[in-house]
Design a protein around this ligand. Structure first.
Ligand code: FES
Length: 79
């Protein structure tokens, strides 16, 4: 796969692909990201790697009260 231009905008997912409060994994240019959409339709994205022990955040769950994603290994939350 050709390397993309760093900083260039790319359509990586459409809102219709995201469930509400469900983590969605996207791979782009050799990196994984996790996206999710809250009840209000706001969309969030993070690297799909927990900074603690590198668990995939996309295997975690969304904490609706705080708008965070919880890591599946130790339940630390990120936003
Ligand atoms: S690996 Fe994510 S909280 Fe520990």
């Amino acid at each position: 796969m050709a390397v993309i231009l760093p900083g260039a905008p790319w359509l990586i997912a459409h809102r219709s692909m995201l469930g509400v409060n469900k983590p969605y994994k996207v791979a782009l240019n050799g990196r994984d990201y996790v996206l999710w959409q809250n009840q209000q339709g706001e969309i969030f994205a993070l690297d799909n790697v927990c900074p603690h022990m590198q668990a995939p955040l996309s295997d975690g769950w969304i904490c609706q009260e705080r708008g965070t994603i919880a890591c599946p290994f130790h339940a630390l939350e990120f936003d």
